[in-house]
Design a protein around this ligand. Structure first.
Ligand code: GAR
Length: 326
């Protein structure tokens, strides 16, 4: 059961505005057996986007909503409705030439990727090839990055470099960068959607945040990697990392709630985020589910801190309170 949950293909939607060659590269990569994602929707703000026909021919649902005559918020809302009805988990922008509203991006935070035709942080925005040539760069290229409200500024996940030849024009360079993009994007998307289910990656993130809390260290507890605050001798546990523990399909971090009532309320209100873990649940430890798309890592950090505070010696929590005031 756990294996099945881990191997399920992530549901990816693609937004395009133009030719859609990157969309086609993503789509054909997704049709290979080993692909960790499937394309559930191709949507566009332009009826004449050539990529729509390619998607339809492969039986992928398409959706068009022209941006003309609509405010950004209205247009984004129509596109989002299509995303939600396709049960989209990740949104991939492939030559989508519209800026998404901040609210939209925040709602999908951590779940939108974009490909940009430059080696970011160089040349955000338009005319990237002409700018690379004019600057005399030896290489141009493409970057896949996480979309944040600030244009082309989110974390870069992967890049492909393309040599700039002598006598290059923006057009010739653009053609070759496309070849590189078609290799880069499917692989970057596959890696990104897979890491949400990769216990090693999830453990590293939790560990980095847990060990950043004052006087914390790691120590196994009943076979689970765990984190304690205090001295090696008398420290107290504030978090346990649980990978498919006792048949659970979840990869999770267990943190301390105020007690069983709070735990049950959390699980009932947000079953996609919380669960009651075997054994630990009885004493108020709640499981925060990590193997799902769009984990809010700030939320995980807040829980780790709260759990740390509940067992840390007063001398440490006081210092932390003082530091928080600045
Ligand atoms: C791609 O080169 C992509 O990097 C670029 O548009 C092209 C779309 O081509 N994206 C941007 O400039 C985003 N700011 P395609 O429609 O053939 O995939």
């Amino acid at each position: 059961m756990a294996d099945k949950a881990l191997r399920r293909k992530a549901k990816v939607a693609i937004f395009i505005s133009g030719t859609g060659t990157n969309m086609a590269a993503l789509l054909y990569a997704s049709l290979l057996d080993a692909s960790p994602y499937e394309i559930v929707l191709v949507a566009s703000n332009r009826e004449d986007a050539a990529g729509l026909e390619i998607a339809s021919a492969e039986g992928v649902p398409t959706f068009v909503h022209s941006h003309k005559g609509h405010s950004r918020a209205e247009h984004d809302a129509a596109m989002e409705k299509a995303l939600v009805s396709a049960e989209t988990e990740y949104l991939v922008l492939a030559g989508y030439m519209r800026i998404l509203s901040d609210d939209f991006v925040r709602r999908w935070e951590g779940r939108i990727l974009n490909i940009h035709p430059s080696l970011l942080p160089k040349y955000k925005g338009l005319d990237t090839f002409a700018r690379a040539i004019a600057a005399g760069d030896s290489h141009a290229g493409a970057s896949v990055h996480i979309v944040t409200p600030e244009l082309d500024a989110g974390e870069v996940l992967a890049q492909a470099r393309v040599a700039v030849r002598s006598g290059e024009t923006p057009e010739t360079l653009a053609d070759r960068v496309k070849y590189a993009e078609h290799q880069l994007y499917p692989r970057a998307v596959a890696d990104y959607v897979s890491r949400s289910y990769d216990a090693g990656y999830l453990y590293d993130r939790v560990s980095e945040m847990a060990l950043a809390l004052p006087e914390s260290h790691s120590r196994d507890s009943h076979g689970l990697p765990a984190f304690r605050v205090g001295t090696e001798k008398s420290g107290k546990f504030f978090a346990h990392f649980s990978e498919n523990h006792h048949g659970s399909e979840h990869i999770a971090v267990l943190v301390k709630t105020g007690g069983i009532d709070e735990l049950l309320n959390l699980v009932e209100a947000h079953p996609e985020t919380y669960f009651k873990p075997a054994y630990y649940g009885a004493s108020g430890w709640v499981g925060l589910i990590l193997n799902r798309p769009g984990v809010d890592w700030d939320h995980v950090a807040d829980w780790l801190e709260r759990s740390w505070r509940s067992v840390a010696p007063a001398r440490l929590t006081k210092l932390r309170d003082a530091a928080d005031m600045f």
